[in-house]
Write a protein that binds this ligand. Structure first.
Ligand SMILES: *Cc1c(COP(=O)(O)O)cnc(C)c1O
Ligand SMILES: [Zn+2]
Length: 454
C-alpha cells in the first residue's frame, strides 16, 4: 500500500496506522473509536507535499471536457484529494457525482431569502449519495484483493454496495434486520446480485453479527465505519464550492442519520480551506427526525459532547438510526463551522417534501428534513434574508414511492401529526380522481379544481 500518501488517524486517541493495518471492523484497538483518512503530505502539520490549490482548480475544470472514464466520475475527477489507491486504474466507477445544483425560487420566496439551492445527491447512479462513498471504499476492497464485501442495511447502502460490487465482478453480502423492510431499496440489492440474509434481530444485531464475520472471514466491511466511504462522500463539498466559483455558500443543511455524510462534507470543506482553495467554511447544520434525534438532543443538553442512544422511530427510514456511529465527527463539524443540530416532526417532514415536489424536485422523505429545518432557522433569525443556503438532498423520490402516495391520499400522517399543518396539507395534496372515460368528464374534473388549486 502506498502508505506515504495516506494513513488512518484515530478520531478518539489520535493513534496513527497504515491503511492496511486497520482491524476488519475499522475500530481502533486502543480506544474503540473510528478512524479518519489523513494525508501526511498536506493535511498534517509540517506536511511538505501540498497540492497547489490554484493549479487543481484549473486541472479539475479541464477534466470536465476529458474523454477519460475516471474524469467522468464526480468523485475521481478530484482524485488529488483522495489518493487512497495504489493505482487509480483500480477505481470502480458508475459515473457517480456530478449531481445537479437546483435553484429553488418558490421555496426561497416563501421563506423570504434570496439564494436557496438544492444539491441533489439522489441523482447518483443508484439514487442516493451512498454511491459517492461506495466508489471509494469498494475500490479499496478491490485493490486489496477481496472477493467479498458486506454491509448491514435495509436501505441505500446495500443498493449502492451491490451495484458497485457487481461492476467490479465481486460478491456482496447484505444483512437486513427482521421486520420493516424498504422494498424499493432491497429490490436494487437483489437486482445487482447480492446475497441477502434476513437476520432474526434488529439493525444493531446485524452489525454485531457482521463484525464477528469480518474478523473470521476475508470479507470487507462497507458500513460507514469504513473511513474510505467518507473520502468519497466529501467530494460533493468540492462540487458545491466549484459551483459557486470557490465562494462557498453561508449555510449547508444536511440530514443526519448515522452522521457519516455530515462528517464527510465537513472534512471536504475543511481540506479545501487548508489548501487555501476557499477562505472559510460554510456553517454546516444537521437536521434529524424528532423520533431519531440523539445528536439534536445532545446539542440541547450538553453542547454536542455526549449522546444517549434512542429507540428510533420515523417514517423517513434512511435516518431511522438511534445510535449513530459517526456522531463525534459530525459534532465536531457542527461546532467548528458554527452550524446547529435541530430536529423536525413527521408533519414538518411530509409538508417540506411535498413543497419540494411542487418545485419539480422529488426526494426521499429523509432529504426533506433539510427544508423543514431551514424553516426553523429562518423563523428564529439564524438564517437571514441575504444568506446563501444549500440543502443537501440525499435520496431519490422513487426510493420510497409509498410514502408519497400515502401523503397524497391522506393516509400518511395521524390526525395529531397532521392537525398543525391542515391548511398546508390541504393545498399540497393531489390525490387521483376517478372520472368516466369522456372528454366532458375530464374537463369537468379540471373545472372542479380550478378554484381550489392554486
Ligand atoms: C444514508 C442516508 C441518510 C443519512 O446519512 P448518514 O450519513 O447516515 O447521516 C440520509 N438520507 C438518505 C437518503 C440516505 O440514504
Ligand atoms: Zn483510538
Amino acid at each position: 500500500m502506498n502508505d506515504n500518501l495516506h494513513q488512518l488517524r484515530c478520531f478518539g486517541c489520535g493513534a496513527r496506522i497504515r491503511g492496511e493495518q486497520a482491524a476488519p471492523d475499522f475500530r481502533c484497538v486502543v480506544c474503540g473509536d473510528l478512524f479518519e483518512v489523513e494525508y501526511p503530505g498536506w493535511n498534517q502539520r509540517g506536511g511538505t507535499d501540498r497540492p497547489n490549490g490554484g493549479a487543481l482548480k484549473w486541472l479539475w475544470r479541464e477534466r470536465r471536457s476529458s474523454s477519460e472514464l475516471l474524469d467522468h466520475s464526480g468523485v475521481w475527477r478530484f482524485r488529488e484529494l483522495l489518493p487512497i489507491l495504489d493505482s487509480f486504474g483500480n477505481a470502480v466507477t458508475l459515473r457517480e457525482g456530478h449531481t445537479p445544483l437546483y435553484h429553488l425560487p418558490r421555496a426561497a420566496k416563501a421563506l423570504g431569502i434570496d439564494q436557496l439551492y438544492a444539491k441533489h445527491q439522489g441523482m447518483n447512479p443508484t439514487g442516493s449519495f451512498k454511491d459517492t462513498g461506495m466508489t471509494a471504499a469498494l475500490s479499496v476492497a478491490k485493490e486489496r484483493g477481496f472477493e467479498w464485501v458486506a454491509c448491514a442495511s435495509t436501505g441505500n447502502t446495500s443498493a449502492a454496495m451491490a451495484a458497485y460490487a457487481a461492476r467490479a465482478g465481486m460478491r456482496s453480502l447484505v444483512l437486513i434486520p427482521e421486520g420493516k423492510i424498504a422494498w424499493g431499496k432491497l429490490s436494487q440489492a437483489m437486482d445487482y446480485g447480492a446475497l441477502t440474509c434476513q437476520v432474526k434481530t434488529d439493525f444493531d444485531g446485524c452489525l454485531k453479527v457482521l463484525t464477528e464475520i469480518v474478523r473470521e472471514a476475508p470479507i470487507y466491511l462497507l458500513n460507514s465505519v469504513n473511513p474510505y466511504r467518507l473520502e468519497g462522500q466529501k467530494t460533493p463539498a468540492i462540487e458545491i464550492a466549484e459551483s459557486f466559483d470557490w465562494h462557498v455558500p453561508d449555510h449547508i443543511i444536511v440530514p443526519g442519520g448515522n452522521l457519516g455524510n455530515s462528517s464527510a462534507l465537513g472534512k471536504g470543506f475543511r481540506e479545501l480551506r487548508e489548501l487555501g482553495m476557499i477562505t472559510r467554511m460554510p456553517k454546516i447544520t444537521v437536521i434529524q427526525a424528532e423520533g431519531a434525534n440523539p445528536l439534536a438532543r445532545s446539542f440541547r443538553t450538553n453542547g454536542g459532547t455526549a449522546i444517549d442512544p434512542v429507540e428510533a422511530h420515523t417514517r423517513a427510514t434512511a435516518i431511522r438510526i438511534g445510535n449513530p456511529a459517526s456522531w463525534r465527527k459530525a459534532s465536531r463539524v457542527v461546532l467548528e463551522t458554527g452550524g446547529w443540530c435541530l430536529d423536525v416532526t413527521e408533519g414538518e417532514i411530509a409538508v417540506a417534501k411535498a413543497e419540494l415536489g411542487r418545485e419539480g424536485i422529488g426526494s426521499e422523505p429523509a432529504s426533506a428534513v433539510t427544508l423543514a429545518g431551514l424553516k426553523k432557522l429562518v423563523a428564529d433569525g439564524r438564517v437571514t434574508e441575504s444568506d446563501t443556503v444549500v440543502l443537501v438532498l440525499t435520496g431519490h423520490t422513487l426510493k420510497d414511492a409509498d410514502y408519497t402516495i400515502d401523503f397524497h391520499r391522506g393516509q400518511l400522517l395521524s390526525p395529531e401529526e397532521a392537525v398543525p399543518f391542515a391548511s398546508e396539507i390541504e393545498a399540497l395534496r393531489r390525490d387521483a380522481v376517478e372520472v368516466e372515460g369522456t372528454p366532458k368528464a375530464v374537463l369537468a374534473a379540471i373545472e372542479a379544481v380550478k378554484g381550489r388549486w392554486a
